[in-house]
Design a protein around this ligand. Structure first.
Ligand SMILES: NC(=O)c1ccc[n+]([C@@H]2O[C@H](COP(=O)([O-])OP(=O)(O)OC[C@H]3O[C@@H](n4cnc5c(N)ncnc54)[C@H](O)[C@@H]3O)[C@@H](O)[C@H]2O)c1
Length: 250
């Protein structure tokens, strides 16, 4: 059986760890050629070696890096089909009055500017070559059902979800699909920042108690949803916020 993503080329940002690494693993398993784009060189190289895919060191807040990422992808694989904007950042959960300009700039640049730059650089490639394309942003349940202490992280994910819906309607006629996935809290490199204390089962429990299915999300949960939205099975699906949240947002 050919994989569900056989013949496709995908860039996955922030795939050196966490959800992104899970997405890259699933995409490789389903037959895609995957480029991991991450700021973290050691972890990115290790992930690419583990998964037998390609690593490209990139800062998603840099236009030049996006341009190089596209060029390198085309040089190596000849085409591009899928972009997963997964890289993300947050400041540690704290009262909104004590958020600094540096905190704000971090979440806005890594979470929102990256989506702007990726579409600004890559949409013209799809349109000029008359190719269909897929963008999937890893947003968050924070965009839909925000928790306290993370105002500007939550707002950045709200911006991601709305920009994604807007581009879905704008570029639908070009057969470029834009969707967001909204995971509930998982257990990754960012979790201690969301809960504002070390990521232990005890400390996560107040977050998990609000999830009807009774557990945090996993990289595999997010990767399975991404695989569906990236595949041709979802060729009529665009502009959705797909909640991967065990019922948290109901
Ligand atoms: N963990 C959760 O509970 C949770 C819940 C909902 C949404 N999310 C979202 O999931 C996505 C993945 O995060 P994760 O939880 O796997 O965390 P993670 O820390 O394990 O992974 C984030 C990755 O992004 C990379 N990165 C950070 N800044 C970058 C930059 N400027 N350029 C390139 N790469 C950069 C990091 O090096 C890291 O590999 C994020 O967008 C996050 O907001 C996480």
């Amino acid at each position: 059986m050919p994989g569900r993503l056989a013949g496709k080329v995908a860039i996955v940002t922030g795939a050196a760890s966490g959800f992104g690494k899970g997405i890259a693993a699933k995409f490789v398993e389903e037959g895609a050629k995957v480029i991991i784009a991450d700021l973290s060189e050691d972890a990115g190289l290790k992930a690419a070696e583990d998964l037998k895919c390609t690593f490209f060191k990139a800062d998603v807040t840099s236009r030049d890096h996006w341009q190089s990422l596209l060029n390198e992808t085309l040089n190596k694989y000849g085409s591009l089909d899928i972009v997963i904007n997964n890289a993300g950042a947050t400041y540690a959960n704290k009262p909104t009055g004590s958020v600094t300009d540096k905190d704000f700039d971090l979440v806005w640049n890594v979470n929102v500017k990256s989506v702007y730059l990726s579409s600004n650089v890559i949409v013209p490639y799809f349109i000029d070559n008359n190719r269909p394309g897929v963008f999937i942003q890893i947003s968050s349940t924070a965009a839909l059902r925000p928790r306290p202490g993370l105002t500007w992280y939550n707002a950045s994910k709200g911006a991601v979800s709305i920009a994604t819906k807007t581009m879905a309607v704008e570029y639908g006629p070009n057969q470029i699909r834009f969707n967001s996935i909204c995971p509930v809290v998982g257990s990754t490199g960012m979790t201690h920042l969301f809960i504002g204390k070390p990521d232990t089962e005890d400390n996560r429990s107040s977050f998990v108690s609000t999830i009807p299915l009774g557990r945090p999300s996993t990289p595999a949960d997010v990767a399975n949803a991404c695989c569906y939205l990236a595949s041709d099975e979802a060729s009529f699906i665009t502009g959705v916020d797909l909640e991967v949240d065990g019922g948290r947002c109901v």
